[in-house]
Design a protein around this ligand. Structure first.
Ligand code: GRF
Length: 264
């Protein structure tokens, strides 16, 4: 794919990573351009950042879809191509032992919101989707419609912790409150779990005795702004491949994990 890639970003908030990506495209650090930006939050500051650079934006109001009182008949609203059992069988976000009604409601409402996202995105062909502070879990329904070729994933996320430690919504706070001496950030491809996909890159920083949570966040964000553009450029240069690697444990048993191979 080497060449200029078309990037789509999904955001929910401040959009400082989006800004770093736009700047890196404009300076030539990334061979590509951001073609549009979507959000689940009409108030996201990042939408204004995009507009300042002449980038189209759209909003899908998840809240309107997922608020129980507003979606009385889910069956009538789920997209026609949504196969509930297929999604339930592939997802790793919620334990399969959970209450079935809750599971069904969760994945049906997400599919409705994700179908709206896909509809907006259909107007803009793109090569890579980056999640830049998008605070919604994407389900297999959506992921499978973006990763047409499963061997070539094209959804990236940035997470504010050194995965696999501290997945979830507030990685810096979790790192800080655990008393860690090192924090960091991770860029990974998105898979069917929450922050579990193959890792592309990581950066770490020291947490010093006097650091507050705000300082930890600031140190982390500064590294995110370097790491995300660098990982996106690896994708633009077609240097990323996801391979299945076999590892052997001390007792001789083996397991396989999908990992990212970076070509030199
Ligand atoms: C970042 O810390 C990112 O790692 C996390 O959400 C935050 C988004 O910040 N997923 P911003 O909106 O890019 O400023």
């Amino acid at each position: 794919m080497a060449g200029n890639i078309r990037i789509v970003a999904l955001i929910s908030g401040a959009g400082s990573n989006l800004q770093a990506i736009i700047d890196a495209c404009e300076s030539g650090q990334i061979n590509g351009s951001v073609v549009f930006v979507g959000s689940d939050n009409a108030e996201a500051d990042g939408l204004n950042r995009a507009k300042k650079h002449g980038i189209s934006t759209f909003v899908v109001d998840y809240q309107a879809v997922v608020a129980p009182s507003r979606a009385p008949s889910l069956e009538a609203l789920v997209p026609k191509d949504f196969v509930l059992e297929r999604v339930l069988a592939s997802q790793h976000v919620i334990s399969a032992c959970s209450n079935r009604d809750k599971l069904v409601r969760y994945f049906c409402t997400r599919a409705i919101a994700e179908a709206a996202l896909l509809k907006e995105m259909a107007a803009y062909p793109f090569d890579l989707l980056v999640l830049a502070g998008f605070m919604r879990v994407l389900t297999p329904y959506f992921i499978d419609r973006i990763n047409i070729d499963p061997s070539r994933p094209r959804i990236m996320n940035i997470h504010p912790a050194l995965l696999p430690s501290f997945p979830g919504v507030d990685g810096y706070a979790d790192t800080y409150r655990y008393g860690c001496k090192v924090g960091g950030c991770t860029v990974h491809f998105v898979d069917y779990g929450e922050d579990t996909g193959p890792i592309i890159g990581q950066k770490a920083f020291e947490i010093e005795a006097g650091d507050t949570l705000e300082i930890v966040r600031e140190k982390g964000l500064r590294l995110e702004w370097e790491l995300y553009p660098a990982c996106i450029q690896l994708f633009a240069e077609d240097r990323l491949s996801v391979v299945s690697k076999t590892y052997t444990l001390q007792d001789g048993t083996t397991f396989k994990r999908k990992v990212v191979k970076i070509f030199r």
